[in-house]
Design a protein around this ligand. Structure first.
Ligand SMILES: NC(=O)c1ccc[n+]([C@@H]2O[C@H](COP(=O)([O-])OP(=O)(O)OC[C@H]3O[C@@H](n4cnc5c(N)ncnc54)[C@H](O)[C@@H]3O)[C@@H](O)[C@H]2O)c1
Ligand SMILES: [Zn+2]
Length: 361
C-alpha cells in the first residue's frame, strides 16, 4: 500500500493506493475522525454496481456502524447533468445526510465529477471521499475539480472542491474493459511526459497495454499521480502551472468533438500529444528522437497516433470554439523534453496544419 499526501491552500488529504482497500475504507474514515451520525451516501454507476464494488463497500461500512445508503446512476457521460445532481440531492435528504455527512464516489471520472459536485454544493459542502475504479480516474479523482455538463458543452458547471480522502483499490482495475484501460494509459503517459522521466523510461521498457498485476499497477499509478499532485499543490485553481496538465488536450478536445466522440478522451489525447510533439519539433523545441519515443510509447499501448479520416478544418472549427472561451488565442502545451513542457499562445493555424500533415503522411 502507498500513501501519498496532497497539501493545497484549502485542504490536506491522502491518496491511498493498493490492493484490497475497499473493505478497509471504514477504518480510514474512522482515522479521519468522521462521525457516523452525519449520514453517508455512496454513489456509483450501473456498470460498477453490477460488478459488486459498491455493495462490498456498503456492507463493510454498515458492519462498522455507518448507515451507508447507495445511489446508482446510469453509466456514461450523460449522467454528468444538473437533473441527476438534483436527484442526488433528493437521495442525500432521504439518507438524512447532514453537514458532517459523507458522500463516497465509487466509479470512474463520471461518478467522481457528478457525486463530487453534489457533495460540494449540498448544504454548501459535505465530506467527499473518492474511490476511483478506472485508470483514468487517477487523474480525475485528484485535484478537486468536480462538475457536470450543460447541453451547450462539457464541464461548464462545477467547483474546485477537494476530497477528504482518495482510496484507490487497484484490484477493481482488473475488470476494466481494454479500451477504457488504454484511454487511462494516455493520461499516465501524459503525466510521464510532463514530469516523470523515470516512469516514461519504465513504460518504454515494460509497456502496460492491459492491466497488469496489482503491485505493478500500484507503482505506476503512484508515479503518475505524483505528477498531478505536485502541480495541483503549486496551482490549485489553474492560474498557471496547472495548464501543463493540458498537454495533448488542446488538439485532443477538438479531435474528440470533431470525431463526434467516436474517439474516446484518451485516444483523442494520444493523437493530440503526437501532433503537439510535431509542432514542438517544427519549432525546434523538441528533439525529433524524443518525438519518436513519445510516438513509440503511445503505439506500444495500442493508442492511436494518426488522426482519423476527416478534414483537418473540422478540428479547426472546434479549436476556434476553445479560443473564443479563453479570449486570448489558443493555449497550447508543448513538450520540450521528457519531464518538461511549456505553455505557449503562439501556435498558428499553419503550425496545426503542418502537424496534421506530418501525422497523417
Ligand atoms: N475532474 C477532473 O479533474 C477530470 C479529469 C479528467 C477527466 N474527467 C472526467 O472524467 C470522465 C471520464 O472518466 P472515466 O474515463 O473514468 O469514465 P467513466 O466514469 O464513464 O468510466 C468509464 C466506463 O468504465 C466503467 N467502469 C468504471 N469502473 C469500472 C471497473 N472497475 N470495471 C469495469 N468497468 C468499469 C464505467 O461504468 C464506464 O462505462 C469525463 O466525464 C471527464 O470529463 C475529470
Ligand atoms: Zn484528460
Amino acid at each position: 500500500m502507498r500513501r501519498l499526501e496532497v497539501h493545497t491552500h484549502t485542504a490536506n488529504y491522502e491518496i491511498v493506493i493498493g490492493s484490497g482497500l475497499l473493505t478497509q475504507i471504514p477504518h480510514f474514515l474512522a482515522q479521519l475522525g468522521l462521525p457516523q451520525d452525519g449520514g453517508c451516501l455512496l454513489v456509483s454507476d450501473d456498470n460498477v454496481a453490477a460488478l459488486g464494488y459498491p455493495d462490498t463497500l456498503q456492507a463493510s461500512l454498515r458492519k462498522a456502524g455507518w448507515p451507508a445508503e447507495l445511489a446508482v446512476v446510469p453509466a456514461g457521460d450523460a449522467s454528468k447533468s444538473l437533473s441527476l445532481t438534483e436527484a442526488l440531492y433528493t437521495r442525500l435528504l432521504q439518507a438524512k445526510v447532514r453537514r458532517s455527512g459523507i458522500v463516497i464516489a465509487v466509479g470512474g471520472g463520471v461518478v467522481g465529477d457528478l457525486a463530487g459536485f453534489a457533495a460540494a454544493t449540498y448544504l454548501r459542502g459535505v465530506h467527499l471521499i473518492q474511490v476511483p475504479t478506472t485508470l483514468l480516474a487517477h487523474d480525475s479523482s485528484i485535484g478537486g475539480k468536480v462538475g457536470v455538463n450543460l447541453p451547450a458543452g462539457k464541464n461548464l458547471v462545477g467547483a474546485f472542491y477537494q476530497p477528504r480522502l482518495v482510496v484507490y483499490d487497484v484490484d477493481t482495475l482488473h475488470t476494466l474493459p481494454n479500451r477504457e484501460w488504454r484511454g487511462g494509459m494516455a493520461e499516465v503517459i501524459k503525466h510521464a511526459v510532463i514530469g516523470e522521466p523515470e516512469l516514461f523510461a519504465h513504460l518504454q521498457d515494460t509497456p502496460q497495454p492491459s492491466c497488469g498485476d496489482s503491485a505493478e499497477m500500484e507503482a505506476m499509478i503512484a508515479q503518475a499521480s505524483g505528477v498531478k499532485i505536485a502541480i495541483v499543490q503549486a496551482d490549485e485553481r489553474e492560474a498557471g502551472l496547472r495548464m501543463h496538465l493540458n498537454l495533448g488536450h488542446t488538439i485532443g478536445h477538438a479531435m474528440e468533438q470533431a470525431s463526434h466522440y467516436q474517439l474516446n478522451h484518451g485516444e483523442a489525447v494520444a493523437i493530440g500529444m503526437r501532433m503537439e510533439a510535431e509542432i514542438a519539433v517544427s519549432w525546434k523545441w523538441l528533439d525529433p528522437t524524443v518525438r519518436d519515443q513519445i510516438i513509440t510509447v503511445l503505439r506500444q499501448h495500442h493508442l492511436p497516433v494518426v488522426p482519423p479520416l476527416m478534414k483537418w478544418e473540422q478540428v479547426l472549427t472546434y479549436l476556434d470554439v476553445d479560443k473564443k472561451h479563453s479570449g486570448s488565442g489558443w493555449t497550447f502545451v508543448l513538450p520540450r523534453e521528457i519531464g518538461r513542457v511549456e505553455v505557449t499562445r503562439e501556435v498558428t493555424e499553419e503550425d496545426v496544419r503542418a502537424a496534421w500533415q506530418a501525422s497523417t503522411s
